[in-house]
Design a protein. Structure first.
Length: 668
């Protein structure tokens, strides 16, 4: 099913003009509710890569009824404009803090580390980390106000924000804010977990080819398996520790496996081989053929190993077994972290489409497969959904917060991998492959819809509102530009004898592929003095805007410096000096080796100008008295202030956006 990512509401130029945005954004809404207004309860959820226009163009109401219900029965903005660059970490920081990266400190998924005097432009940190944050998120604002709050796998959590110094040590004010944040996070009514900070083992498909033979005589309690055939021992490294497995027979042939972190049957979990799941997920247990969890204590918490045994050779000589990633779920309070672990017993942080793409689940349908690879992937995505649901429900019912913030990533990974096949502008577009990928993607989005249905049920049963937002939309590309290679060829970036970047001769570089930073003397090993910064920026813009592809297309038709577009929130201490727009079909990379422009793997991603139609996300309020209807476009800086006002929490103190609650509550 081919699609255009432009909604009928958004037909027009490639980007929405600033004056139109300003005209559509509500600017006269009160930021305070009436004095007698009773604070409401709410769930705020971000569905990663949630674009209403793409959603409507590619999925039917029957395939995603809960989300269609949100858009039809909820009170929604026409669209929401996120962060620039429109990537996951800073775009989520906006949702929680109400501030763009120039204030929040989170400017990219991977960004230069502060303070500048102690770090070079090549010393990078994860924008997902709380250490990168320099603004107050909603859960800390709630903690300061004494309001019960939950954060379920939210970014920049669960620790104290870094509040980095810019050019040296933290100021007394920054140290005071850290102390204040630590005090807020210590309250028993503030409960925040995040499993994205520490991953000890990736998703893995294990076979005889990727495991090694073990020794059965090293196991204790083998007789308790009552195997009808001699067990066969295997083992492999998980990243958290060695996994030991005994393939055994509960019937006439090998059909089960015992797996654990010790060679003890009483500490192992059992998975039995079942044919791949073909039944629709509605009305049955999700991921029903996964084992229970084998537990292992590690530094900082615990990990849980669950396995799904897909196949076993009749003689036990080969097998296909999957186990999800091993992630340490961190909490802001140790006792709560332990309680969450006991309740959920294993959580996985992402989808498994990369193993699918590389054939770990079998031959994909677009290469002639019979659908088994897709069905196996869907079982792993079901497991992720199931554990998210268990965690959300436990947090909501256990702590009864006034506000719960939540997240779901499967939509983003699915669209990265599959949405491009539907794009008719892709030169390699194949209608039959597009049909297959469209159907596969719809089955994945069914799980996203089930996630929404579950949260809607939790909210409805409690008389709470559900606020839906996202971090960005998606755009397909099949060609790339390497800004660092452009700077290299322009004499602005130099390489050393080993092919790495030589900072002693480099005046500008792109640390993450989303902006260019001047290697100013404020940075450690920086060489550009303040008097020369403007000239370097001029040369960078000229070099980038001068790139043409083999067809004469200007690859970067426009560049910006932060001062030229303050509405984007670009720049800041860790941010860039030059940002850009890209021609259709292009994406940027931080690599520097090779030609500046060239073909790339088909991918659908983000990071582009946030007001381009494909990058727009959503903001809706559903339930708790919100009536159906639409308001004008908003910026995602309004999400935190709006939800805060509804729940009676002070807006995060660094928020720059207005609440639009009055517009959302307007009766029509």
């Amino acid at each position: 099913m081919p699609f255009s990512p432009v909604s009928p509401r958004l037909i027009g130029p490639a980007r929405i003009p600033l004056l139109l945005l300003l005209a559509l954004f509500p600017t006269g809404c009160s930021t305070e509710r009436a004095a007698d207004a009773t604070p409401g309860r709410a769930i705020l959820v971000s569905i990663d890569a949630m674009s209403e226009s793409i959603f409507r163009a590619t999925l039917t109401p029957g395939e995603a009824p809960a989300l269609y219900r949100i858009f039809s029965d909820g009170r929604c903005a026409e669209y929401a404009v996120s962060h620039f660059p429109s990537v996951t970490a800073p775009s989520h920081a906006v949702l929680w803090t109400g501030a763009y990266g120039d204030v929040s400190g989170v400017v990219a998924n991977l960004q230069p580390r502060l303070p500048r005097s102690e770090n070079t432009l090549l010393d990078l940190e994860r924008g997902f980390s709380y250490e990168a944050l320099s603004a107050e998120p909603l859960w800390i604002a709630a903690g300061r106000a004494g309001v019960p709050v939950v954060g379920h796998h939210v970014t920049q959590a669960p620790g104290v924000p870094g509040y980095h110094g810019i050019d040296g040590p933290r100021s007394p004010e920054q140290e005071a804010r850290r102390a204040e944040s630590a005090a807020a996070l210590a309250h028993p009514f503030v409960n925040v977990v995040n499993g994205y900070n520490t991953q000890l083992g990736n998703h893995r498909v294990v076979t005889a080819a990727t495991a090694r033979p073990g020794a059965v005589d090293g196991w204790e309690g083998v007789e308790s398996l009552h195997s009808t055939l001699p067990p066969v021992a295997w083992e492999w490294e998980t990243g958290a520790g060695t996994a030991y497995a005994l393939i055994h027979a509960e019937g006439e042939s090998y059909d089960a496996v015992a797996v654990g972190f010790e060679r003890r049957v009483d500490r192992a979990v059992i998975a039995r081989a079942h044919p791949v799941e073909r039944a629709p997920p509605e009305g049955r247990e999700l991921a029903r053929y996964f084992s229970d969890a084998a537990e292992l204590e590690v530094e900082g918490g615990r990990v849980y190993l669950r396995v799904r045994l897909f196949e076993v050779a009749a003689d036990g000589s080969d097998f296909s077994l999957f186990h999800p990633s091993l992630d340490v779920v961190e909490g802001n309070r140790p006792e709560m972290q332990a309680e969450y672990d006991r309740a959920v017993r294993g959580w996985a942080n992402a989808s498994t489409l990369a193993p699918y793409r590389f054939g770990a689940f079998g031959t994909p349908v677009y290469e002639g497969g019979d659908g088994a690879a897709e069905a196996r992937y869907l079982e792993t995505a079901e497991y992720l959904l199931k554990q998210f649901q268990v965690g959300s429900e436990w947090m909501w019912r256990t702590f009864e917060p006034r506000l719960m913030m939540d997240y779901f990533p499967v939509s983003d990974s699915a669209d990265h991998e599959l949405l491009g096949y539907l794009q008719t502008a892709y030169p390699g577009h194949d209608p039959e492959v597009a049909r297959q990928m469209r159907d596969f993607r719809a089955r994945i989005w069914k799980l996203v819809d089930m996630r929404m249905e579950h949260l809607m049920a939790l909210a409805e049963a409690s008389g709470a509102a559900l606020f839906l937002s996202g971090d960005h939309g998606m755009r397909t590309s099949w060609t790339q530009i390497l800004p660092n290679a452009v700077l290299r060829d322009a004499g602005l970036l130099a390489l050393d004898a080993e092919g790495g970047i030589d900072l002693s001769r480099t005046r500008a570089l792109s640390p993450s592929g989303y902006f260019v930073s001047v290697n100013r003397t404020a940075w450690k090993e920086g060489i550009v003095p303040p008097a020369e910064e403007a000239e370097v920026i001029r040369e960078v813009r000229a070099a980038l805007e001068g790139v043409r592809d083999e067809d004469g297309v200007q690859v970067m038709p426009r560049t910006w410096i932060p001062e030229e577009a303050p509405e984007y929130g670009m720049g800041g201490p860790a941010g860039g000096d030059v940002y850009w727009d890209l021609a259709p079909g292009y994406r940027a990379s931080s690599q520097w080796a090779g030609a500046p422009v060239g073909p790339a793997r088909l991918d659908t991603g983000h990071g582009f100008t946030p007001d381009s139609p494909e990058m727009l996300t959503v903001f809706c309020a559903w339930g708790a008295g919100f009536t159906p209807g639409r308001i004008g476009g908003v910026r995602t800086t309004s999400v935190a202030p709006t939800v805060a006002e509804f729940t009676g929490i002070p807006a995060p103190r660094d928020a720059v956006g207005p609440s639009v609650l009055e517009a959302l509550l307007e009766r029509r």
